[in-house]
Design a protein. Structure first.
Length: 379
């Protein structure tokens, strides 16, 4: 097949975080590899965590204000973020009714990187609230990195973010540096890699998460509620990235090696691509929250979410492999496209699916996601 040459953009992982901000997003649209079509597993996990979200909201002191402001950070473009918005607004409306307080207007901001497919998201929004049985909040989009300030000071009451904070602002520079002991040569992820590489990722996560908390500490009102969910790990060893490692560090990585061995991609180009993802432990999350010191910790715990694969038949190896590959492509396919071009990217994911088909039984057993959940209150 004729291969498309790499895009004019160099590897997003070789550049400053501003370039990653400009190109990174979950796969948009409604196609087979879109995030909207491949986030049913996340929806299932969010549903199981719903009681924890409602508990956090019920413990929140209700502000006596005309407008209550909510933001979903890392909203992506599927239905999940709208389900969460409804849960939050409905829970708070019930609280106001039970307390016999005047009902405020609810403003929900959907925020993600500028490259996010906001159009698909907004097309899913219910009709305005003037029509009976429609949404009960005002909606707006806010593009930008949540590792920076996005809102005016002292304006947010509720901050929610799910399945986003494991995405780093950048791949650590040392991981891509051939002169560094943390160079991740021959790999595209830290799973089963060296301790030096994994520790570089861990330090990047801690720095990013502290930036996230610092930005929110300025934007949130005192007493505001923050509820965070990110993919986590139960192992102390950061080279074992659990479900994230299975997704990015096994058949995906082997597919890259196939292309290198067959001369379709240069080894140096593979080595300059790494997935900007890190699954933290509960202790790592708590450590950063306590260091930043603007929030009271109400809960930080890890919960088993299970498999993200949603298929009609768990006995169908091809269907399992396709779901596994589409899951990977829906969340990092844009980065691969930018690094080696769409034709080579399609070839890579085709190799990944073939390898996954041969190991489908192991995928059913091994691909289990754990989530770190944090409920925090702004001091």
């Amino acid at each position: 097949m004729a291969m498309e040459s790499p895009t004019a953009l160099n590897s997003v992982c070789e550049t400053q975080p501003t370039k990653l901000e400009r190109v990174f997003c979950m796969q948009g649209g409604n196609g087979d590899t879109s995030y909207a079509k491949n986030s049913q597993g996340q929806a299932k996990h969010l549903q199981s965590l719903r009681p924890l979200l409602e508990e956090a909201l019920n413990n929140m002191d209700l502000p006596a204000s005309e407008t209550l402001t909510i933001v979903d950070l890392g909203c992506s473009s599927g239905q999940n973020t709208l389900v969460i918005a409804n849960v939050i607004v409905n829970c708070l409306m019930n609280k106001y009714k039970l307390a016999s307080l005047n009902m405020p207007d609810f403003q929900v901001f959907f925020s993600d990187l500028p490259s996010n497919d906001f159009n698909t998201l907004f097309q899913l929004l219910p009709v305005p609230m003037e029509v009976p049985a429609s949404r009960t909040y005002y909606a707006a989009g806010v593009p930008g990195s949540f590792y920076k300030r996005l809102f005016p000071r002292n304006t947010l009451n509720v901050v929610h973010s799910s399945f986003s904070l494991h995405w780093l602002s950048q791949v650590p520079d040392v991981v891509l540096d051939p002169n560094s002991s943390a160079w991740n040569k021959g790999r595209v992820f830290i799973h089963s890699g060296s301790n030096e590489t994994a520790n570089a990722y861990r330090l990047q996560f801690k720095s990013d998460f502290e930036d996230f908390l610092r930005a929110r500490s300025e934007e949130m009102k005192s007493g505001g509620c923050m509820f965070l969910v990110c993919l986590g790990r139960t192992f102390q060893d950061p080279t074992n990235q659990g479900g994230g490692g299975i997704l990015f560090g096994t058949h995906f990585e082997h597919a890259w090696n196939d292309l290198v061995e067959e001369g379709m991609v240069e080894a140096e180009r593979r080595d300059s691509f790494n997935v900007p993802f890190f699954a933290p432990t509960v202790a790592e999350v708590r450590e950063v929250v306590e260091k930043e010191s603007s929030f009271t910790v109400n809960k930080v715990d890890v919960f088993k979410g299970g498999s993200p694969l949603v298929v009609e038949s768990a006995e169908n190896n091809e269907e399992l492999a396709r779901a596994f590959t589409n899951q990977c492509r829906s969340v990092c396919g844009v980065l691969v496209d930018n690094h080696i071009g769409k034709d080579l990217s399609t070839e890579l994911f085709s190799r990944m699916e073939k390898r996954a088909t041969e190991h489908a039984r192991a995928l059913v057993h091994d691909l289990q996601f754990f989530h770190v959940v944090a409920a925090l209150t702004r001091m």
